[in-house]
Design a protein around this ligand. Structure first.
Ligand code: SF4
Length: 385
C-alpha cells in the first residue's frame, strides 16, 4: 500500500511545560491527578471528558494511559469475518444489514458449504480467527449453527471461532427452548471459542428502547457475557455511538461494562462502533465526526481501567481516523476482516479487506509498533515493515 495516510505523528505529545496550563484551561487537572494516583474515574469525570473543549488534552490523557499499558505496541489479527445470514426478525433502527424474511430483496442465507468455502478458499492464508455474526433468522434449525462451527474446525482445527453475539445467543435460547447457558455449552461443544461484543448498542434503557426495542435487553446481554466468562470463554464489548445517546449515557454504558469486568475479568477489548446513517431508519441523523470518534476512544481508555484493550475498528471509523485513534487511547485495529457487509451496507467507504502488510504499514506510519496477535492477544510474530 502506498502511504497516502498522514504521517505527522505523534499527535498528542506536547512539551511538558504546556501541559498543566492546558489541563487547567480544560478543567481536566483533577482528572489527571486522579489518574496519576490510580483512582477510578466516576460518571461525572467521564461527562467532563466529553465536554472538555481541548480534545487534544483528552487525547493526551488517554495516550498516557495507553502508553503505560502498551507503550507503542499496536495489535491486529489475521481474521475473516462472515455474516452467514442477514434474515432477521428484529428491526433495529440503525441497521442497514437485516432483511425481514427470506425472499425479501437483498435477503440471503449461506448454505453451510458456502460458509465453509470462505475458509477453504483461504487455505494459503495463516488465519487465526473466524468471526461470525448474523441476523436473527426464525427458520433455521439449531444444527445449522453447530454444524457451521464443526465444519470450520474440520477444515482448520486450530482456528479460533469467535461467533454469535449475546443477542444471537438469547435468540437461540428463546427459539429453540433452551437456557442461555445450555446454548453456550452446546455451541462450545461444537467448537465455539469466544463471543464477539456486538449487540451492546447503548445499555441505557431510554436509548435501547428506541433504537433496538425488539432484541435482548441490557441485563440479558451482560448476563450472557457473565455466563460465557464463567464457562471459560473470553469476549469483547462494544458501544454503538453517534446517534441519539447523550454523553452521560455513553459513560453509563462504559461503567456497566466496567462493573461486569470487575466481577469476571472476561472482557478483552472495548470496541466503540460508529453509527453509519445510510440505508437505515435513522438516515436523517449525521454520522459522528472524526473528532467525536477520537474522543469516544479516548474516554473509553480512561474510564475502563480494567479492560486491557481499546479497539479502533477501522471498518467503522475509517482507516485514517483509526490510525489517528492510536494516539487517543486505542491500541488495537481489529484485523484483516476480508469480507464485511454490516458496515458497507450502511455506507462505509472503507476497503473490505486489508492484508497484514497493509495494516502493519499504517500502524508504522502512525508512529506505532505493529504486533500480530491471536484472538486471545498472544503475540504471533513481530512485524517488520
Ligand atoms: S442489528 Fe442485528 S438484531 Fe438488529 S436488525 Fe440488524 S441484524 Fe437484526
Amino acid at each position: 500500500m502506498q502511504s497516502n495516510y498522514p504521517v505527522n505523528y505523534p499527535l498528542t505529545r506536547f512539551p511538558d511545560s504546556q501541559i498543566p496550563a492546558r489541563l487547567a484551561a480544560s478543567g481536566l487537572s483533577e482528572i489527571s491527578e486522579k489518574l496519576q494516583a490510580g483512582e477510578r474515574l466516576v460518571l461525572e469525570d467521564g461527562v467532563r471528558l466529553f465536554d472538555a473543549p481541548d480534545l487534544l488534552m483528552v487525547g493526551w490523557l488517554a495516550n498516557r494511559e495507553r502508553e503505560r499499558r502498551h507503550g507503542a505496541r499496536t495489535y491486529y489479527n489475521y481474521n475473516i469475518r462472515l455474516e452467514a445470514t442477514n434474515v432477521c426478525v428484529a428491526s433495529c433502527l440503525f441497521c442497514s444489514f437485516a432483511r425481514l424474511k427470506p425472499g425479501d430483496p437483498g435477503a440471503y442465507t449461506m448454505s453451510l458449504e458456502e460458509a465453509w468455502d470462505k475458509l477453504r478458499k483461504r487455505s494459503d492464508q495463516p488465519l487465526t480467527e473466524v468471526h461470525v455474526v448474523n441476523g436473527l433468522h426464525p427458520d433455521l434449525p439449531f444444527t445449522y449453527y453447530t454444524d457451521l462451527l464443526e465444519g470450520f474446525k474440520r477444515i482448520r482445527p486450530g482456528i479460533h471461532l469467535k461467533c454469535f453475539t449475546a443477542v444471537e445467543i438469547a435468540f437461540f435460547a428463546d427459539l429453540y427452548g433452551m437456557t442461555d447457558e445450555q446454548v453456550l455449552r452446546k455451541l462450545m461443544a461444537s467448537g465455539l471459542d469466544s463471543l464477539p461484543g456486538g449487540g451492546a448498542e447503548i445499555f441505557a434503557e431510554r436509548v435501547r428502547r428506541k433504537i433496538a426495542n425488539d432484541k435482548c435487553g441490557t441485563e440479558r446481554y451482560l448476563d450472557i457475557h457473565r455466563t460465557a466468562h464463567r464457562l471459560g470463554m473470553r469476549s469483547n464489548v462494544t458501544m454503538l455511538y453517534g446517534h441519539i445517546e447523550t454523553s452521560e449515557e455513553r459513560v453509563d454504558h462504559m461503567l456497566r461494562a466496567r462493573a461486569l469486568q470487575d466481577e469476571t475479568g472476561g472482557f478483552q477489548a472495548f470496541i466503540p462502533l460508529a453509527f453509519h446513517p445510510d440505508n437505515n431508519q435513522m438516515r436523517k441523523l449525521p454520522a459522528p465526526t472524526a473528532s467525536d470518534t477520537l474522543r469516544v476512544h479516548a474516554v473509553a481508555r480512561l474510564m475502563l481501567d480494567n479492560i486491557a484493550h481499546v479497539k479502533a475498528f477501522w471498518i467503522a471509523t475509517g482507516v485514517e481516523v483509526a490510525q489517528t485513534a492510536l494516539w487517543f487511547g486505542a491500541d488495537d485495529l481489529d484485523g484483516t476482516v476480508q469480507e464485511e457487509k454490516i458496515y458497507h451496507m450502511a455506507g462505509s467507504r472503507t476497503p473490505e479487506a486489508m492484508t497484514p502488510r497493509q495494516i502493519e504499514r499504517l500502524i508504522t506510519a502512525a508512529g506505532r509498533e505493529p504486533l500480530e496477535r491471536d484472538t486471545l492477544y498472544n503475540v504471533i510474530s513481530h512485524a517488520s515493515v
